[in-house]
Design a protein around this ligand. Structure first.
Ligand code: NAP
Length: 299
C-alpha cells in the first residue's frame, strides 16, 4: 500500500480524497479537528503552526505522496486577515515542500483558478498569473515555492468546486446555497464572475490519479463549461428541484465586504482531458454525481 499524507482532512476537497482513496492507499489524515480511523485511515491532530511536529510526522509516517489541501480559502477573510493567510497558505506550503524535497515524497499542491487576472480566459497551464486579491497572491507565492522546491510536484489549479462536503459545511458554496433555498431564502449570485466548475468527486479522483501516477508540473482541474455564478446557481437549483427564482442576479460591487474578484477565470482543461483517465465533466453530469453520492451516503 502507498502512504499518503493528506492535509486539511476535514476540508471540503480533502473529504472527497479521503472518501475515494481505495485499498491501495494508507491515508494519514492531518487535521485540527476530529475525524475517523479505519484500518487504512490514520488520523493525526495537527496544528499547521507546528513545523517541528511536521518533520516528526514525516519521519514516522514516511509519506510517498502528500496531497496538500490546507488553505485559508475564504477570499474575503484573507483580505482582512493577511498574516494568518500568509502563514497558512505560504509558510505551511514552504515547510511541506522542503520536507517533500528532503524525503523524496511527491507533493500534490492545491492551487486555484483565481491566480489569473480574469481578462484573458480561457487560461492554459503556461499562462501568466495576475492575482487581483490577497488570497490569490498567497497562492501564486506558494506555487512558486513548490515549483522551485526540488520536490517531485504537481500544482493542481482547481476551478470553483461544487459538491457536498463529507465533514461539516466546509468551503462548499453549493451546500450553503441549497440550505438557503430549502429555507426559502434568496441567494444573490454574481452575473459577471465566470468560472469552469468542477464537482468535488471528479476532483478527488483526479487528485488521487495525480498522486498515484508519474505526472509532475501544473494541471488545470476544471469542468468543460464556462458559466457565470448566476447561471451556475440557476442550474444547481433546477437540478436539486429548488425554486430557481430565489437565485437572484447580483452585481458583486453591491455585495458589502466582498474582496475584488477576477471577472472570467475559466480554465482550459485540455491537458487534464488528455493526460488523465478521470473524465472532466459538463455541469449537469457533475451534479448527477453529486446527487448520487448524497443518495448513497443516506442509504
Ligand atoms: N472550494 C473551492 O471552490 C476551491 C477552488 C479553488 C481552489 N481551492 C483550493 O483547494 C484547497 C481545499 O479547499 P477547500 O474548498 O477544501 O477548503 P476548506 O473546506 O476550507 O478546507 C481547507 C482546510 O484547511 C484547513 N484550514 C483552514 N483554515 C485554516 C487556518 N486558519 N489554520 C489552519 N488550517 C486551516 C482546515 O483543515 P482542518 O479543519 O482539517 O484542520 C480546512 O478544513 C485549498 O487549497 C483551496 O485554496 C478550493
Amino acid at each position: 500500500m502507498k502512504r499518503l499524507l493528506l492535509t486539511g482532512a476535514r476540508g471540503f476537497v480533502a473529504g472527497s480524497v479521503l472518501r475515494q482513496a481505495d485499498a491501495q492507499w494508507t491515508v494519514h489524515a492531518l487535521s485540527r479537528g476530529d475525524g475517523f480511523v479505519t484500518s487504512r485511515v490514520h488520523w493525526h491532530h495537527f496544528d499547521p503552526r507546528g513545523a517541528r511536529e511536521l518533520s516528526d510526522l514525516f519521519r514516522t509516517v514516511r509519506p510517498e505522496v502528500v496531497v496538500h489541501t490546507v488553505a485559508v480559502a475564504d477570499i474575503d477573510y484573507c483580505e482582512t486577515h493577511r498574516e494568518e493567510a500568509r502563514q497558512v497558505n505560504v509558510e505551511l506550503t514552504r515547510a511541506l515542500a522542503e520536507l517533500c524535497a528532503v524525503h523524496g515524497a511527491k507533493l500534490v499542491f492545491c492551487s486555484t483558478d483565481t491566480i489569473f487576472d480574469g481578462e484573458h480566459a480561457p487560461y492554459r497551464e503556461g499562462d501568466t498569473a495576475g492575482p487581483v486579491n490577497f488570497y490569490a497572491r498567497t497562492k501564486v507565492e506558494a506555487e512558486q515555492i513548490v515549483a522551485q522546491s526540488g520536490a517531485p510536484a504537481v500544482i493542481a489549479r482547481l476551478a470553483l468546486v461544487v459538491g457536498l462536503p463529507v465533514f461539516g459545511a466546509g468551503n462548499s458554496f453549493l451546500a450553503k446555497m441549497v440550505a438557503a433555498l430549502r429555507a426559502g431564502r434568496a441567494v444573490p449570485m454574481p452575473t459577471n464572475e465566470i468560472r469552469t466548475p468542477i464537482d468535488v468527486l471528479t476532483l478527488g479522483r483526479a487528485l488521487l490519479e495525480l498522486a498515484d501516477g508519474p505526472h509532475t508540473g501544473t494541471f488545470h482541474l476544471a469542468g468543460n463549461e464556462s458559466l457565470s455564478r448566476f447561471e451556475m446557481g440557476r442550474r444547481i437549483a433546477t437540478r436539486f428541484d429548488l425554486p430557481t427564482q430565489l437565485v437572484v442576479a447580483t452585481d458583486p460591487a453591491r455585495m458589502p465586504g466582498r474582496a475584488r474578484r477576477a471577472r472570467d477565470v475559466s480554465l482550459d482543461n485540455a491537458k487534464a482531458r488528455v493526460q488523465l483517465s478521470t473524465p472532466m465533466l459538463n455541469l449537469d453530469p457533475a451534479l448527477d454525481l453529486v446527487l448520487k453520492c448524497a443518495g448513497d451516503a443516506r442509504s
